[in-house]
Design a protein around this ligand. Structure first.
Ligand code: SF4
Length: 709
């Protein structure tokens, strides 16, 4: 902590938004009496230029200093999930974590420990540095985090275009056709709106494709209210139609694109005539779509994660991204895909996270299956016949301890009731580490209070642009909270992991996050980057795919995806809708995933809203404001109806990331989602393959599940 902070009580300081959002806004934080008082945007980041979303300015001060804030290490004293804890010292907390993990390790080995972390903070240090070193060295079960969100999209992008950075969002200004597909841009990609507006002023056309008539759809030249999960069908049918209409210059593409013939031969099976039934898209909309594509000279596209969230998700993204390619739409400014920036950063992950510390290969679990793996503990059996001591038979090592950090699995994983059941096991030792008391922390045996991004130094890389930003702490740590890096330093020490790898300071870790020396950047070390400045690592004028090597091609047929997932070409598999409604769970306006889910109201959450089409509402005797029970064989949730034609007949839309208090059933929409439903590539969570019944329930305030009729 900087000495300066302890000497001053009121001041303004630069910072960066750490939330799971493409923009990584630069912030100007006002501190009064040592507390975060107000957060505004700063103009440091040329993309975010002083504008931030309402949720950050509204909820962050309470998030940091409010009653849910965790400020001391805690031990559980009541039943799991009851939220009863007592404060303990850091030394005791670290000892208890050590003993809890060691118990499982002694009996079953180090794979009995599983980290359960995701993308809470997006700082390079807090998001994955000393923690990863610790779990690698320990030999813990490893976790593949990408299937929970955006991993399918990244895989789809790379399968077509390789590891080439996407087009800068600034270049959208040069596009004359912008396609926003499966993304609610004004909620999840706020600053792109400004550039879209600029392009529109110059005459750019706009196509919006989404199952919900989102705000920006109202400005679109063409809005397609597509049936959830049918995007792959539509995109492939359009590819076949482009071919039939002679819009594809195959000769011109030959040098740049591979697999074209195979792709088009396969696409022929998807018929335009079937689009009204399959996708909810009529003939005149198809004609308009073709016309807009045919006349555009510079097409840009943003595909959102909404597109990946069905079993055809990977195919949907690949087929959508392929459409401009088929028309030769690459090689000029304003032509390209938006939102894949990782290859544009000189990251040195291996140096930061040290996977080489893993002494022998360990298993890697899909994060989406975490609850199943934890519950496998219950069915784990022992061979007791041969020896006195129980000997595990070869069903794998059971998970005996789980370390939850940077994550709120109860709120964000599919199959919420299964996750709750898994974490509730008395035989499971749960360590929780977070900034606030979340739904998941309630299941912890030991809670370690973590610093927020405003209390430690870190370095941030936006995933919607290529600007690096560095932040110093702007307030003192609240109570006894510690940065993640320090927590894992202390744990490493307790486990006897020594050497500079485990004592590296945050300053050292920052430098190990990126290599700025190899190129002619404005600074050569992370620490040289002023906190009121950004470092651009990709020229915003960089032409998409212009860095492809000689002979490298855009790959429409992908061998690797064929081998791994039998999905070399995108395809559409029929959807089995076994209940009247498809439930889509889109990004919330007032939350960043589940962050701020506990900040609504004074401990009393209002019911979440569900959008329902007027025809469905009339049939079910539902009005705006009615209490509605959504249910299937996995769970039930009470929500408040909003009758609107923003959704089509047979489709319901709720915001994701609510906390359990928001429904009298103690469950959120995630309780209705099947964790076993996976995407065609990448084994991602198919959140939108969720089918439910809906029924009106009594409008009186329901306070317990028993009162639900
Ligand atoms: S959540 Fe996104 S838009 Fe809001 S302040 Fe953070 S980075 Fe900016």
């Amino acid at each position: 902590m900087s000495e300066n902070l302890s000497n001053k009580t009121s001041y303004q300081a630069p910072s960066v938004c750490p939330l799971d959002c493409p923009d990584a806004c630069s912030l100007n934080v006002e501190v009064r009496e040592g507390k975060l008082f107000r957060i505004k945007g700063s103009t440091v980041n040329p993309i975010t230029k002083g504008v931030i979303c309402g949720k950050v300015s509204k909820y962050y001060p309470d998030f940091i200093h409010g009653k849910r804030r965790l400020s001391k290490p805690l031990k559980r004293v009541g039943a799991k999930g009851s939220g009863q804890f007592e404060p303990i010292s850091w030394d005791e907390a670290i000892d208890r974590c050590y003993e809890g993990m060691q118990k499982g390790i002694k009996a079953y080995g180090s794979e009995s420990v599983m980290p359960l972390n995701y993308a809470g903070p997006h700082g390079q240090l807090s998001g994955g540095s000393m923690d990863m070193r610790f779990f690698y060295k320990l030999g813990a079960t490893q976790l593949d985090r990408s299937p929970l969100c955006a991993g399918v999209r990244s895989l789809a992008y790379r399968s077509l275009f390789g590891a080439h950075v996407s087009m800068s969002q600034e270049q959208l200004e040069y596009s004359d056709l912008i396609v926003l597909w499966g993304t609610n841009t004004s909620t999840t990609y706020l600053h792109l709106m400004k550039t879209i507006k600029k392009a529109r002023k110059k005459g750019a056309k706009l196509i919006v494709i989404n199952p919900e008539r989102i705000k920006i759809a109202e400005q679109a030249d063409l809005f397609l209210q597509i049936t959830p999960g049918s995007d792959a069908y539509f995109a492939l049918a359009m590819a076949a139609t482009f071919d039939q209409l002679g819009m594809i210059n195959k000769q011109q593409l030959a040098d740049k694109v591979s697999g074209l013939d195979k792709y088009l031969e396969s696409a022929v099976q998807y018929s335009v005539a079937a689009l009204p039934e399959m996708c909810g898209i009529n003939q005149s909309q198809v004609e308009r779509f073709i016309d807009l594509f045919a006349h555009a000279k510079r097409i840009s596209m943003q595909t959102g994660v909404g597109l990946e969230r069905s079993k055809n998700g990977g195919s949907a993204i690949r087929a959508a991204m392929a459409l401009p390619v088929l028309l030769g739409q690459f090689g000029k400014k304003g032509q390209g895909q938006i939102g894949y920036h990782s290859p544009g950063y000189p990251k040195t992950h291996d140096k930061l996270q040290r996977p080489d510390l893993l002494e022998k290969a360990t298993r890697t679990f899909n994060i989406v299956d975490a609850a199943d793996h934890i519950l496998a503990n219950d069915v784990f059996t022992h061979d007791v016949s041969a020896k006195e001591e129980k000997v595990p038979i070869s069903r794998g090592v059971p998970i005996k301890s789980v370390f939850i950090y940077n994550h709120n699995p109860v709120a964000v994983h599919p199959d919420q009731n299964k996750m709750i059941k898994a974490l509730s096991q008395e035989s499971l030792f749960v360590i929780g580490c977070d900034i606030t008391m979340t739904d998941s922390m309630k299941y912890a045996d030991i809670i370690l209070p973590a610093c927020s991004s405003f209390e430690h130094k870190d370095v941030y890389l936006g995933y919607g642009h290529n600007y690096v930003q560095r932040a110093e702490p702007v307030i003192q740590a609240v109570g006894e909270a510690l940065p993640n890096t320090e927590i894992f330093r202390r744990l490493s020490k307790r486990f006897g992991f020594d050497g500079s790898t485990f004592t590296a300071s945050d300053e050292e870790l920052q430098e190990q996050a990126m290599d700025l020396s190899s190129k002619t950047y404005a600074v050569h070390k992370v620490s040289e980057l002023p906190t009121d400045s950004v470092l651009s690592t990709v020229d915003k004028e960089h032409i998409w795919l212009s860095d492809m090597k000689e002979g490298e091609k855009i790959t429409l047929y992908n061998e690797e995806l064929e081998t791994r997932f039998a999905c070399g070409l995108p395809r559409y598999d029929a959807i089995n809708k076994d209940r009247p409604f498809t439930l889509i769970t889109a990004a919330a306006f007032n939350r960043s995933n589940s962050t701020f889910g506990g900040s609504v109201g004074d401990g009393h959450h209002p019911l979440e809203k569900v959008s329902i089409n007027p025809a469905d509402a009339a049939r079910l005797n539902i009005e705006t404001g009615s209490h509605v029970k959504l249910y299937n064989n996995k769970g039930e949730v009470i929500v408040l109806a909003e009758v609107t034609d923003k959704v089509a007949v047979g489709v319901l839309c709720c915001a994701k990331g609510a906390w359990c208090d928001s429904s009298p059933t103690g469950q959120t929409v995630n309780a209705l989602i099947d964790s076993q439903s996976k995407t065609d590539i990448g084994n991602g969570a198919a959140f939108y393959d969720t089918y439910v019944d809906a029924v009106a329930v009594s409008n009186r305030t329901v306070t317990t599940p028993n009162e639900i009729s």
